[in-house]
Design a binder for this molecule. Sequence first.
Ligand code: PSU
Ligand code: MN
Length: 308
Amino acid sequence: MTKAISPLLPIVYSGEVTAAKARNAPIVALESTIITHGMPYPGNLEMARSVEAIIRQQGAVPATIAVLDGVLHIGLEAAQIEALAKFKGAMKLSRADIAFAIAERRTGATTVAATMIAAARAGISVFATGGIGGVHRGAEETFDISADLEELARTAVIVVSAGPKAILDIPKTLEVLETRGVPVVTYDSEDFPAFWSRTSGLPSPLTLPSPAAIANFQKMRKQLGLDGGMLIANPVPLADEIPREEMEIYIGRALANAEREEITGKNVTPFLLDNLFHLTNGRSLKTNIALVENNARLAAEIAVAMND
Ligand code: PSU
Ligand code: MN
């Protein structure tokens, strides 16, 4: 009997990432769903370029991850980022469908979950994003819980965020992370942040004061034989934050709009983010870009510390 030959994974590293791997330089993974589904053009392109520049300034190398025509890209060239930022038909890929997009030669952007999978496959241990997905409000009815949480429990990548998106149920999100054994560490603050706002009103499960301490903690987890990643919450800079009480008003309206329009599944998060962009006259986007930039800086510092 002849055995069927398994297809090889089509994976391409950018020139910059290839060189970084050869000299063992620190690399920071970046997701692409934030580009295709999280922000409108041209703000998305501006953000994608500026986070890469910030990572380089810190002495690390950026690796934006996406599936382009069935090829898994670890690091995108400038023209590929621009094309993706303008492309309307990209899939939003998570653990369930990243291999589908590759097998079917599709183009898709990677969420936090899918970016973690690709980063781990490429030997990259630090990843910067805006906010992770989590337990949606009303999840007791809808069962809408992002696959990002399960991925954090499984895959050994440090994810630097500004907290879970405030459109979520933050207490329930923290409960699931605790149950699944995911460390949640706020950088330099006792208050757990809520994406656009510096505080969620909840204390952070853990706090660490420096990138070196974060790197050391993850190394200690590995020593203990613990797998899985960890969530770093990096509060949005004060100058860019939208206070929680104010944001809650807009979020309430966006959630009501989503319910009225019967938005479900993968479309929920992009719909709410787009609605908030309009409800805040673009202010939510400005804050979103500022917090991703802030996270890219911290992630690069952690990546450098991981190499020490
Ligand atoms: N953070 C942002 N904008 C985004 C997202 C995160 O600032 O668009 C994306 C991430 O890719 C995250 C995804 O993984 O939203 C979560 O989607 P869902 O709730 O459908 O799992
Ligand atoms: Mn969901």
